[in-house]
Design a protein around this ligand. Structure first.
Ligand SMILES: *Cc1c(COP(=O)(O)O)cnc(C)c1O
Length: 445
């Protein structure tokens, strides 16, 4: 497969180049140029196909002929020591748990694959590369864990001092070795500005091998398609029915990955884009108007996005046909009160605690079922509709909100509890660019 940006479609690059450059020369996002037909492959998967097996076979088809199947299998085995779990909640709703990775959120899938793929390409060389990223919290911990101990790679993570949760800070700062946490006396925007400036600085660029690894990288997106394939292959659990998949969304990377899987031949009966009150995409799906605006803070804060970056990729898949997109994706926005009420109700009814992001998805799925029933369209519930809600984070990551909604502390996974006990290691800098460049040159030149 080759990759191109939307404004210069003739300027095509390999997976390797897209992985290491992140953005195209014209500043656009990379999207796949070809459309492989994977219907036969997808229908060969079943309830007993393991995630690594499914991942290797699918990615080998997508990345051929650039990469050989053995190479992909090696990357997959170094990336995924964890698997999704599909769990039935009731007759209509299933949860696809994506939080069994090292940092207990779905972002581990993208970050781990990206890191393992980069290690594959630079691991045998004689120079180290430096990955530079800014984080407002969650993404940084997935990236830190993904690059930890990867050969020939250093990772430098800038985060705003005092503006991430204690757990997030510990997840970033307690690994050490090749993971360098830089605490900036400033905001997340300052961190992002510093990173941008570093990539434009001639002196740094000539003396270091700076590389980005942000969420718009195609190496993060492709592996996220795999768990949609995994879920749809659980045909026994789905009672042989074709599912609708409901995706709690912010930047829309997760949903875009699912739409790619469908584009390549996966049998799914459409998607639900579930957002909090930052409902830019649900509004677009209803009206055809895409109107980004400043984001509002909510309980599902990883989805507080006012200008979703992957919308550009969604438009590309549907060839800018709003109606086509709206036929495939239904948008539902959920406010904080509904989120809390859903967390409480799911706990009372099923004895399961869900994090606030998953709760947005649950609330959206239930509202779709209810409106179909009310519309009398052969009641989805009665007709056996199967809605799979992506469970994007472990409830233990959002313990305060879970306690508030359900009256009970969630279980804290051992890997999260362990990092809370380890000492913080970070370097503190101010907002001036010279402080960052001084640190980078001293450490890596
Ligand atoms: C990042 C994140 C989301 C949103 O995913 P997008 O790909 O940005 O739409 C949802 N839930 C959790 C827990 C997240 O960390």
């Amino acid at each position: 497969m080759t990759f191109a940006s939307r404004t210069s479609p003739r300027d095509r690059v390999s997976f390797r180049e897209a992985l290491f450059t992140g953005l195209a020369r014209d500043g656009g996002l990379y999207h796949p140029v070809e459309r492989p037909d994977l219907r036969a492959l997808f229908s060969s998967f079943g309830d007993s196909t393991s995630f690594p097996e499914l991942a290797s076979l699918t990615l080998s088809r997508i990345l051929s002929p650039e990469m050989a199947e053995e190479e992909i299998t090696r990357i997959v085995s170094r990336a995924f020591s964890f698997s999704p779990v599909l769990r039935r909640l009731d007759d209509s709703i299933l949860l696809l748990e994506l939080f069994h990775g090292p940092t207990c959120a779905f972002k581990d899938y993208g970050a781990q694959f990206q890191a393992a793929a980069m290690e594959h390409f630079v691991g045998g060389s004689d120079r180290r590369i430096q990955i530079l990223v800014a984080t407002s919290g969650d993404t940084g911990s997935a990236v830190a864990h993904a690059f930890f101990r990867r050969r020939n790679i250093d990772v430098v993570i800038l985060y705003p001092s005092g503006r991430v949760s204690e757990l997030q800070e510990k997840q970033l700062t307690t690994l050490g070795e090749n993971v360098h946490a830089v605490e900036v006396s400033g905001s997340f925007d300052d961190c992002q500005r510093l990173v941008k400036q570093a990539f434009q600085d001639a002196a740094l660029r000539s003396r270091l091998r700076l590389t980005s690894a942000n969420s718009i990288n195609i190496g993060r997106l492709l592996p996220q398609s795999l768990y949609y394939v995994f879920a749809a292959a659980r045909r026994g659990l789905l009672g042989g029915r074709i599912p609708v998949i409901c995706v709690p969304s912010g930047n829309f990377g997760n949903l875009t990955a699912g739409v790619y899987a469908r584009h390549w031949g996966l049998s799914v009966d459409g998607f639900i884009a579930a957002t909090n009150v930052n409902d830019i995409v649900p509004r677009y799906l209803r009206t055809g108007q895409f109107a980004p605006r400043a984001s509002e803070r909510t309980l599902s804060n990883a989805m507080d996005v006012g200008n979703p970056s992957n919308f550009e990729r969604l438009e590309e898949i549907f060839r800018r046909d709003w109606r086509g997109m709206a036929e495939c994706i239904r948008g539902v926005a959920v406010n904080d009160n509904e989120t809390l009420a859903t967390m409480r109700d799911v706990f009372e009814r099923h004895g399961i605690q869900v994090d606030p992001h998953t709760a947005v998805g649950m609330a959206a799925a239930r509202s779709v079922l209810a409106s179909e029933a009310a519309a009398g369209t052969a009641s989805e519930a009665a007709s056996g509709a199967q809605l799979i809600v992506l469970s994007t984070a472990h409830p233990g990551k959002f313990a305060d909100t879970v306690l508030r909604a359900t009256g009970r502390d969630p279980e804290m996974p051992e890997r999260l509890a362990a990092c809370l006990k380890r000492p913080k290691q970070s370097v503190r800098i101010g907002k001036a660019f010279e402080e960052l460049s001084g640190f980078l040159l001293e450490r890596f030149d």
